[in-house]
Design a protein around this ligand. Sequence first.
Ligand SMILES: C[S@@+](CC[C@H](N)C(=O)[O-])C[C@H]1O[C@@H](n2cnc3c(N)ncnc32)[C@H](O)[C@@H]1O
Length: 256
Amino acid sequence: MGGKKSRKDAGGGKDTKKFRTVDELWTHMDLVSKGDPYNEECGWYGQSAVYWSQVPATVDGVLTGNTHGGDMGKWHEADIEESRQFIESIRDGGRGKCIDCGAGMGRVTRDLLCPLYSRCDVLESQSHMLEQAERYLADQPSAGDFILGRLESVPLPPRTYDLVFLELAAMYLTDADLVTFLKQAKVSLTKKGFIFLKENCAKSDKYDIDPEDNGLLRTEGQFAALFQAAGLTMVREAEQQKWPHDYATLKMYALR
Ligand SMILES: C[S@@+](CC[C@H](N)C(=O)[O-])C[C@H]1O[C@@H](n2cnc3c(N)ncnc32)[C@H](O)[C@@H]1O
């Protein structure tokens, strides 16, 4: 899902009980998929891709992450506003090229990034989302390239972006792939660039898995360890204030 409801059984649910640590989860997924993460029946990425292929390419769809409707779209403006304040608080950030990674149908690209940056590339793995993003951004002078690709395998050009933007998408990457992506994102930054990562975080110190879409609800400690493994420094962090109380904490990180 997009925003994640806090589950009472977070950290003790069916899946997390099976795996004491996230490493055990990755080992298990690797075994059942026989090393093919794109297996649609049992691979970490395959299962998630099947799920996202069925989600409507709408603001409600990407925020609720639901194949049968939802109303998380009403939080879109609050999400955009607090992200804007966060980005503007990084005083030495450039305003040239940016890339929206795992962009869905382009709601953030259109309402947050296009007004702030001179050129905005869009990267998304689902073709129906990317096609809708092209239509949605058709009147935006700063819309750049529309790239059909996956975060774990797409190459990012070095020293190019003033902002690498990643919202509600890091949860779909394995730990190893998230570290690789972040390392690459760091290399793709200009001198004034930074990575903006906005993601659901567990309210307790226990991680959780949403078996519907294979979204991993990481703890803040897990994120900190992954940032460190990617050689990144946290420049700033903040919590989304206007957000439904029964949802997971939505955190924003600026990284370099
Ligand atoms: C919850 S939606 C968020 C979309 C957008 N970032 C937003 O905030 O509106 C997650 C998006 O990530 C995409 N996605 C999931 N796994 C991905 C991957 N491995 N590579 C690229 N995109 C991915 C999904 O197709 C979906 O469009």
